[in-house]
Ligand binder design. Structure first.
Ligand SMILES: O=C(O)CCC(=O)C(=O)O
Ligand SMILES: [Mn+2]
Length: 205
């Protein structure tokens, strides 16, 4: 089903040390966010991944899917992700996010957090195939979750966002060099889907 028509608002630029953030709390209108959530939840071929940590296979605490241009292969935590082809819905969201962020994206990682036990540990999106200063655009749908950014050496530069339905947060510049980010576990949380649009530069073989 096509999304209702929408004209997204401009993002606010947040001045942070050692990086750059662009943000809008309600970038997608509620009816668009809700239509996208419903379709993605039902139609995405979700994967329950396992990652190897210190020789042990650990289930990833969320469900995932990877879409992109042919060849936009992405490897993280030892998992190799061949992209699924763009759907009409993801193409529409991608093009709107490209216009808002002013940067190209050839792939998207989709995460489904079923409840507060699903989470994402501390990491930076600094895989070599994303290049030197990657622009990562994160679109949130569904229940709000706390998203935290921690400066690698200066604790005072840490910050948190409550990313709710339709929020867009773009991390750019040197952000991935100097900050780590996470979606911590929490006692009470509803279902959430997050899409991180990325530009894979040099596909790994
Ligand atoms: O769910 C989020 O808000 C963050 C997801 C994330 O950091 C990632 O996919 O790399
Ligand atoms: Mn990330």
């Amino acid at each position: 089903m096509p999304l209702p028509p929408f004209t997204p608002p401009a993002l606010a630029r947040l001045a942070i040390e050692d990086g750059a953030l662009l943000h809008h709390e309600r970038w997608l209108p509620p009816e668009v966010a809700s239509a996208a959530f419903t379709e993605l939840r039902a139609a995405t071929p979700w994967r329950a991944e396992q990652i190897r940590i210190a020789g042990r296979l650990i289930p990833v605490p969320r469900r995932t899917a990877w879409y992109g241009d042919p060849g936009a292969t992405y490897v993280y935590s030892g998992l190799r992700n061949e992209p699924l082809p763009w759907t009409p819905l993801l193409t529409e969201l991608r093009d709107a996010v490209i216009a808002a962020a002013g940067a190209p994206f050839n792939s998207v990682l989709i995460n489904h957090y079923r409840d507060g036990r699903d989470s994402m540990g501390w990491h930076a999106d600094d895989e070599p195939e994303l290049g030197r200063d990657p622009v990562i655009a994160s679109l949130s749908l569904g229940a709000p979750r706390r998203f935290v950014l921690r400066h690698a050496t200066q604790r005072g530069r840490s910050m948190a966002f409550l990313l709710g339905d339709g929020a867009l947060l773009v991390m750019a510049g040197a952000t991935q060099h100097h900050y780590r980010h996470a979606v911590p576990k929490t006692a009470e949380a509803g279902e959430r889907i997050n899409l991180t649009f990325r530009q894979v530069l040099a596909p790994r073989r």
